[in-house]
Design a protein. Structure first.
Lengths: 247, 288, 353
């Protein structure tokens, strides 16, 4: 078992999850160093979102261990994992529909890893909105926003907790080409600022440009690991995505 | 040994009222808080026939069952179906059905009070002893148990061997998919609700043969039925039967060893155990 | 039933806004005016006023929990009864003010047990548990007294002016409103609003959703227990059947629904007409009270599901009296409905999980 070092932000060891007879994640192990961006890719149904749910604590693994900066966070529940510094966005954007944009962002900064209240919270939330490119949206209702803007709000909400690790679950999905450019630029900016991120994506050019390392999953298991270039040229990976004929 | 036999006899008879609720909640998705009042109505009606005609209460049940069926069908059609139509989600329907059946339960108590008054109901039928394993038990308990067992078996066969029963089981598993295979979910739910009410009323009639009733006991029986359904697992008949026996046994144990006035406490103890150990019940389905 | 609406100010802001100051002022004036009632009225009117005060306290504290969570608590009678019994049981042994505190604590303890057992599992289990709770406590109390060798009922001999009861209950009601208002502005209130919008998001924001709900339920039940403690001396003989009467639970829910569950002052608006109508019914149809109670309940659920408050706000919106943000409350109410529908769906999912 790899020993915990100061620079190892996240480690998963032999993590497995099954639902009855269906094995969603099988014996997954990997390490994520601080300030790295890790891409988690694979065909649909390969277990990527399940893996994210296991890391964020939404699901409890049947076997294996997950550690955050050396501290075990396996099975302690999503709210406690959030308090310890793991923040995430969701595959389908989850807004708080009856609350304003500012309140949505602020929600991430009160109870979790970072705790603020009152004027401090309000200023902080405004700052986050500026950071994600929505400087004046504070008092709008989220139902009035476009999809990309809602995603920005969700990102700001995740950042509000000053997370040690950020999980982006298909955050770039459903965006048109212009929005995609903006989205990738935003993540690039976070990366420059030194965030530790795991992204699940299908948009390959985003993976190539954003990720330091990549892990490919298929049918719940890891089939390749390396830099994006290495991984996307791997025969096994190509076969997993496209089938035998194109390998 | 005494406790075991009595507990089993009691539990077996409880199975009917739990089956009734299982049909209403598991299939029609209506959390019927008025279930106890239907049971009491069944008990009192059975007594009424017996007192009036001196004919065996068991025969009275043949009149009570269809009457209860019709009554529950009417309740579903008039009071509950509008809620089903206007509910945008299963959760909202649950909340609305809780509120409405809560109201119906009070109306039920009011009607029962008006018709039967506030007296206790306690009649003596087949109270002669019968000997099992050398101990004496009331024949009425045994007969009630046998009748209940027969009915439960019949119900089980009906659900598993007939097309209508299959439709009900399909609806209980997945109403959306059931409608896709051209099952009329509304009609199936109405049937389940009415049938559930009839079964519960018959259960009440059988229980009246050996228990003392008064009109305010509805909530106690509703609770017991709920605990049985939860303990056994929503949507699973085997679970209901097994859980009925468990409750019957627990209740008898508490009544004999501690105090006969604590029957509800026995049910709540089981409830707590379920909540703390296995919330989906013995045979319930658990996800993630 | 829709989610309770806390006053619509961005909760992240500290300090008291002008609109909140206005509401506080109005509230204070109402309470001061209410306090003058015993000086003007006596006899029968004062009896009604006492009922109104008591039920307002009970219904508003009920709403504190059942509003934000959408879980219908049917257990008010259990806590009310415990409060009564704490006073009745200890009246010869312990000073009365201590008994009030003890009643609150007893209610809190029971609420904590019930909440911790059920609120971590699902809302439906909570509702079911609460349904029989009063009856359960009644059975246990009766048994305990049997074991201890005392009679089921307890004599309470305190001599008190009717006006004193009124002022005590009025103070309790004021306390409930203050706590409700304070919760709305606090982190707990913010957490509850988030939970009400999307429980999955709430959990991932670090909110311990079960604990928030349990705390809320404990607060709500404590008030019910104290209410029971305050009125205990009015009966010279406290019997379990009376103390744990299911009518209390039922009437509290009716009044809250009649008034409207959208606003903290909704129950107040429901209590006053209901108490008066109830008096009429009890006088003219003494044998059909249960029946008519059930009918009233159904009428409210079917015809005015949003209560009187809902009717008022709809009317005001139609006449555009709310100026620029005329669509505000209605839109928010619609949003809240959409939200609560979705959340109940998710609660159903997590119930099945």
């Amino acid at each position: 078992m790899p020993s915990a070092s100061a620079a190892e932000a996240l480690s998963a060891t032999a993590v497995s999850k099954h639902f009855g007879g269906l094995v969603a994640v099988e014996d997954m192990s990997f390490q994520l160093a601080e300030k790295q961006v890790l891409g988690l890719i694979g065909p649909n149904g390969s277990g990527k979102t399940t893996m994210m749910n296991l890391i964020s604590g939404a699901l409890r693994p049947n076997a294996g261990e997950i550690r955050l900066y050396g501290e075990a966070i396996t099975g302690i529940g999503a709210s406690r994992v959030a308090k310890k510094g793991v923040a995430r966005t969701f595959q389908l954007v989850r807004m708080l529909p009856a609350m304003t944009v500012l309140e949505n962002v602020a929600a991430g900064g009160v109870f979790g890893h970072a705790k603020r209240w009152g004027k401090e919270l309000e200023d902080y939330a405004h700052g986050l909105l500026r950071r994600v490119g929505l400087p004046d949206a504070g008092h709008a209702l989220v139902s009035a926003l476009t999809y990309i803007d809602q995603k920005r709000v969700e990102l700001a909400r995740a950042l509000a907790s000053e997370p040690k690790i950020l999980l982006l679950d298909e955050w770039l999905a459903g965006l048109n080409p212009t929005e995609l450019r903006i989205g990738i630029a935003l993540i690039e900016q976070l990366r420059t600022e030194g965030c530790t991120i795991i992204i699940v994506e299908h948009v390959m050019h985003a993976i190539r440009s954003l990720c330091d390392r990549c892990i490919v999953m298929n049918s719940g298991a890891k089939i390749a690991e390396g830099t994006p270039a290495e991984v996307l040229a791997d025969h096994g990976v190509i076969r997993a995505y496209l089938g035998d004929a194109d390998a | 040994m005494d406790i075991v036999i009595i507990g089993l006899l009691l539990g077996g008879t409880y199975a009917l009222m739990a089956m009734g609720l299982q049909l209403q909640y598991g299939v029609a998705r209506i959390m019927n808080l008025a279930n106890g009042e239907i049971l009491i109505a069944g008990a009192f009606s059975t007594f009424w026939f017996y007192a009036g005609t001196k004919v065996s209460p068991l025969l009275a049940l043949f009149l009570v069952a269809p009457a209860a069926f019709v009554l529950n069908w009417a309740i579903y059609r008039v009071l509950i179906f509008p809620l089903v139509r206007r509910a945008k989600s299963q959760g909202k329907l649950e909340v609305d059905s809780i509120l409405v059946t809560f109201g119906i339960s009070f109306i039920g108590v009011g009607i029962l009070l008006a018709i039967f008054g506030g007296e206790y109901l306690d009649y003596s039928y087949l109270a002669q002893p019968i000997f099992i394993f050398g101990e004496r038990y009331g024949l009425n308990r045994v007969v009630a148990f046998l009748a209940s067992a027969a009915l439960c078996a019949g119900l089980y066969l009906w659900l598993h061997k007939t097309r209508a029963g299959l439709a009900l089981r399909a609806v209980s598993v997945n109403p959306g998919a059931a409608s896709l295979v051209s099952i009329n979910v509304a009609r199936a739910s109405g049937l389940a609700f009415a049938l559930g009410g009839a079964v519960t009323a018959v259960g009440g009639g059988l229980l009246s043969m050996f228990l003392t009733f008064d009109v305010s006991l509805g909530v106690v029986f509703t609770l017991k039925a709920l605990v049985i359904v939860i303990l056994g697992g929503v949507g699973d008949i085997r679970g209901t039967i097994v859980a009925s026996f468990i409750l019957g046994f627990a209740e008898t144990a508490v009544a004999t060893l501690v105090d006969p006035g604590l029957t509800l406490a026995a049910a709540y103890i089981l409830f707590m155990v379920v909540l703390l150990v296995r919330p989906e019940g013995l045979f319930g389905r658990r996800t993630a | 039933m829709n989610a309770i609406e806390m006053p619509q100010v961005a909760r992240v802001r500290a300090g008291v806004t002008a609109r909140e100051r206005r509401n506080l002022l109005i509230g204070t004036l109402i309470f001061v005016a209410a306090g003058l009632v015993p000086l003007v009225f006596g006899g029968y009117a004062l009896q009604l006023a006492i009922s109104i005060a008591m039920y307002t306290a009970l219904a508003t504290s009920w709403l504190l929990f059942s509003g934000p969570t959408n879980y219908i608590a049917l257990s008010t009678a259990a806590f009310f009864g415990i409060g009564m019994y704490t006073v009745a049981g200890g009246i010869d042994l312990v000073p009365y003010p201590v008994l009030i505190a003890a009643a609150g604590l007893a209610g809190a303890a029971l609420a904590a047990v019930v909440g911790l057992a059920t609120l971590r599992v699902s809302g439906i289990y909570f509702v079911i548990f609460s349904l029989g709770l009063a009856e359960l406590v009644r059975q246990v109390m009766t048994w305990l007294q049997h074991v201890l060798g005392t009679m089921s009922g307890l004599y309470v001999t305190i001599d008190r002016d009717e006006a004193e009861y009124y002022w005590q209950l009025l103070s309790l009601t004021a306390a409930v409103f203050l706590v409700g208002w304070w919760i709305g502005r606090s982190r707990l209130g913010f957490a509850l609003r988030i939970i009400g919008n999307d429980e999955v998001v709430a959990v991932h924001c670090g909110i311990n959703t079960a604990r928030a709900k349990v705390i809320l339920f404990v607060i709500s039940s404590m008030f019910a227990a104290v209410a029971g403690a305050l009125v205990a001396p009015r009966w010279s003989y406290v019997e379990p059947v009376v103390a744990f009467s299911p009518f209390v639970s039922f009437q509290v829910v009716i009044m809250a629904l009649l008034g409207g569950t959208h606003r903290l002052w909704g129950p107040l608006v429901g209590v006053i007409p209901f108490v008066l109508i109830w008096e009429l019914i009890a006088i003219n149809f003494p044998n059909q009270t249960t029946l008519l109670l059930g009918v009233c309940f159904l009428l409210i659920v079917y015809v005015i599901p949003n209560g009187i408050v809902g009717l008022i706000e709809d009317a005001m919106n139609r006449r555009g009296k709310l100026g620029g943000s005329a669509s505000g409350p209605l839109l928010r109410a619609l949003d809240a409905s959409a939200v609560s529908v979705r959340n109940l769906l998710q609660r159903r999912k997590s119930h099945n999980a």
